[in-house]
Every structure is written in C-alpha cells, then in structure tokens.
Design a protein around this ligand. Structure first.
Ligand code: HEC
Ligand code: HEC
Ligand code: HEC
Ligand code: HEC
Ligand code: HEC
Length: 265
C-alpha cells in the first residue's frame, strides 16, 4: 500500500514537472546526438520562448516523446515537417488570433504566390519574444521595397513604447505591495489586441484599431495615476506622522528633564 502511494506521488510529481521533462524527451535526447540539420533544432529551440513556456518538439511535430522506438510513428501522432503553405495552420493551432488576422491580410492572401508565412519572419526553432524589431530592412525588403514596412513600423512604435511604460509602472506598484490585478488584466488585454494587429499589414485598419486601443490605454493610465497619487499621499501622511511622533518624543524628553531638574532643585 505504502509503495503504491510513493509510486503515485512520484508519477504525480513527474507529470507536474512538465517543462523539465520536455527538455529531457527522447526527441531531444536522440536529435541532440545527430548531425547538422537534424541536431540544429535542439540548440535553437532551447533558447526559444517556446522552450521557456514548456512547448516542446512533439507539441509542434507530434509523436511520442516518451518512447524511443515509436517516437516518430504516425500512429503516435507524428506529423513531421509542414510544407511552406501549411505553416500558418501548423502554428495557428495555438496562435488563433494571429493566424486569423494573418489569413485575411495581403501576406496571407499571397501565401501561394510567394507571400511570407510565420517562419519567414519568426524562424522555426529560434522563436523569440516578438517586437517591432522584427520589422527591419534585412527581413522586409526581401520581396518588396522597405517603404511600406517602415510605415507600419512607425505606426506601431509609439503605442508599443506606451505599453512598455505602463507595464513598468504597474510592475513598480506591484513591487511595493499594491494589488494591481485588475489594471494589469486590462493592460494585458489591450496589449494582446494591439500586438496581433501587425499581421493585418493594413495601414488603415492599423490606424483605426490603434485609436481604439489608445482610448482604452487612456483609462488604464488614469487608473495608474490615481493609484500613484494615493500612494504618494499615503507616504506624505506617513511622513507627517513620523515628524509628529518625533516632536512628541522631544516634548516628552523636555518635560522629563524639566521635572528632574525641579526635583533636584
Ligand atoms: C532514436 C532517434 C530519434 C528519436 C527518438 C526521434 N527522432 Fe526525429 N529523426 C531522427 C532521424 C534519424 C531523422 C532523419 C531520418 C528520418 O526522417 O527518419 C529524424 C527526423 C525528424 C524530423 C524531420 C523529418 C523530415 O521529414 O525531414 C522531425 C521533424 C523529427 N525527427 C522530429 C522528432 C520528434 C518530434 C521526436 C519526438 C517525438 C523525434 N523526432 C524523435 C531520429 C530520432
Ligand atoms: C514552434 C514549433 C516547433 C517546435 C517547438 C519544434 N519545431 Fe522543428 N520545425 C518546425 C517547423 C515549422 C519546421 C519546418 C521549417 C521550415 O519550413 O523552415 C521544422 C523543421 C524541423 C526539422 C527539419 C529541419 C530541416 O532543415 O530539414 C527537424 C529535424 C525538426 N524540426 C526537429 C525538431 C526538434 C528535434 C525539436 C525539439 C528540440 C523541434 N523540431 C521543435 C516547428 C517546430
Ligand atoms: C511579415 C512578417 C511576419 C509574419 C509573416 C508573421 N509575423 Fe508574427 N509578428 C511579426 C511582428 C513584426 C510582430 C511584432 C508585432 C508587435 O510587437 O507589435 C509579430 C508578433 C507575433 C506574435 C506576438 C503577438 C501576439 O499577439 O502574441 C505572435 C504570437 C506571432 N507574431 C505569431 C505569428 C504566427 C503564428 C504567424 C503565422 C500565422 C506569424 N506570426 C506571421 C511579424 C510576422
Ligand atoms: C502547441 C502550441 C504552440 C504552437 C504549435 C506554436 N506556439 Fe508559439 N507560443 C506558444 C506559447 C504557449 C507561447 C508563450 C506564451 C505567449 O507568449 O503566447 C508562444 C510564444 C510565441 C511567440 C512570442 C509571443 C510574444 O509574446 O512575443 C511567437 C512569435 C510564436 N510563439 C510564434 C510561433 C510560430 C512561428 C509557430 C509555428 C512555427 C508557433 N509559435 C507554434 C504556443 C505555441
Ligand atoms: C516572402 C516575401 C515577403 C516578405 C519577407 C515580406 N513581405 Fe510584405 N508583402 C509581400 C507580398 C507578396 C505582398 C502582397 C502583394 C503586394 O502588395 O506586393 C506584401 C504586402 C505588404 C504590405 C502591403 C499590404 C497592403 O494591404 O497593401 C505591407 C505593409 C507589407 N507587405 C509589410 C511587410 C513587412 C513589415 C515585412 C517585414 C516584417 C514584410 N512585408 C515582409 C511579400 C513579402
């Protein structure tokens, strides 16, 4: 009975440590020891935002990460490598909102005529946190002039900066122990709504939706300013209390000294 308990506990702990286990899957073990194009994905993936979030080889390619012999068997769900045109569906299983905007965009519609898909801009294994840095002449002038890319980047830049500043304020307030859950949630939603917009590559749509996001951010900012001024008020009251206490202490000391002196006289 006791043995069973230990066994189940171990199994439970193992299944909880999902991402540690993902790094140790048979896919990583075997591919890590192969050559060239077969082993390169391991090191690239290890530095990715996917590895950080426990998304492993088999989450994208399918297969059985616990069985050396059957790992790449289609019967265990192995799907292998997608064709160029299938990549948006392949990645879009998890990134639904982005994939939807992408499919409706000039890029998505040109997919079968040389339009770029996810991997062209984000890479396949070394996927990192996305930002407007991805919009640069090296990447965006492969197929057309950089002019239109630059316009998109300019359109995104100021709101991206605003989001970063607001996120810093929220983090700073959270650090001094203030409950920021609601504000943080609103900020997160707007950030997501804004960041998927890039994939429309439609300047008019971007401008229009950006105005909506900015209006919401005005409200978030107002809430942060209010919390900050409440905090500084509280600090001021605290400061005044400290001064008052010090004063009271000094007065008490003075009274005692006078009293002592009177006793000695
Ligand atoms: C025992 C070693 C071994 C294990 C375990 C293993 N692979 Fe492979 N993998 C290979 C070899 C060898 C190749 C190249 C030959 C081939 O395609 O069969 C390969 C090829 C691949 C390819 C490229 C296929 C193509 O069409 O180019 C992918 C993707 C892949 N493996 C993913 C995985 C995933 C995901 C897992 C775990 C679920 C896994 N592998 C487990 C040895 C392994
Ligand atoms: C985020 C999804 C994702 C993850 C996670 C992922 N891959 Fe891939 N992998 C892809 C895509 C997409 C391609 C096809 C690339 C292309 O079209 O450029 C690919 C291609 C490959 C290839 C073929 C490479 C070539 O040059 O022919 C191998 C081998 C491979 N992956 C193995 C792995 C292994 C091993 C892991 C885990 C360490 C892994 N992949 C994790 C998405 C992923
Ligand atoms: C033409 C280049 C390009 C293509 C094609 C592309 N992306 Fe992006 N992606 C970007 C840029 C640039 C950003 C950063 C936008 C920002 O931060 O405002 C981004 C941001 C993201 C984000 C973070 C934003 C969010 O909402 O979480 C995800 C996830 C993402 N892309 C996934 C994908 C997927 C999946 C595909 C394919 C369906 C794809 N991307 C196609 C360039 C591209
Ligand atoms: C099995 C689900 C899954 C698949 C398939 C997948 N991703 Fe992700 N992806 C995630 C998760 C989880 C994160 C981390 C949380 C987040 O930021 O959304 C992430 C993060 C990202 C980010 C960074 C988002 C940011 O906030 O900046 C990009 C870019 C991205 N993925 C692109 C891709 C691309 C390109 C593919 C296909 C090659 C792909 N993903 C396939 C689950 C997946
Ligand atoms: C693999 C080729 C390719 C790459 C790389 C590429 N584009 Fe495009 N882009 C296209 C195609 C194809 C079209 C649609 C046909 C056209 O308008 O020329 C397009 C159209 C556009 C449009 C116009 C959309 C419209 O509605 O008029 C913008 C904006 C744009 N791309 C921005 C970017 C940005 C930003 C990047 C880099 C992050 C980028 N592109 C990278 C192929 C590419």
């Amino acid at each position: 009975m006791r043995r069973h308990l230990i066994g189940w506990t171990l199994l439970f702990l193992l299944s909880c440590g999902g991402s540690a286990w993902a790094a140790d899957s048979v896919c990583v073990q075997c591919h890590g020891g192969l050559d060239g194009r077969l082993s390169a994905p391991v090191a690239e993936w290890q530095q990715s935002i996917h590895a950080d979030n426990g998304i492993a080889c088999h989450d994208c390619h399918g297969g059985d990460p616990s069985d050396f012999a059957m790992a790449m068997n289609p019967q265990r769900g192995f799907v292998g490598v997608p064709d160029y045109g299938d990549v948006p569906d392949f990645c879009g299983r998890c990134h639904l909102g982005v994939a939807e905007d992408y499919r409706d965009s000039a890029h998505g519609k040109a997919l079968n005529r040389g339009g770029p898909q996810c991997v062209v801009c984000h890479q396949n294994h070394h996927v990192v946190k996305a930002s407007s840095d991805l919009i640069n002449p090296e990447s965006c002038s492969r197929c057309h002039d950089y002019e239109r890319a630059a316009t998109v980047k300019q359109e995104i830049g100021d709101t991206e900066m605003r989001l970063t500043t607001l996120e810093r304020s929220v983090a700073a307030l959270h650090r001094v122990g203030i409950d920021m859950e609601t504000v943080s949630g609103e900020l997160f939603q707007n950030r997501n709504a804004f960041r998927r917009l890039f994939h429309t590559v439609d300047i008019d749509k971007l401008k229009q939706k950006k105005a909506g996001v900015n209006a919401e951010l005005d409200q978030v900012e107002a809430q942060i300013v209010e919390i900050e001024s409440e905090l500084s008020q509280r600090k001021m009251i605290g400061g005044i209390l400290v001064v008052l206490l010090l004063l009271a202490g000094a007065v008490a000391l003075l009274i005692r000294q006078t009293y002592h002196q009177e006793e000695h006289d």
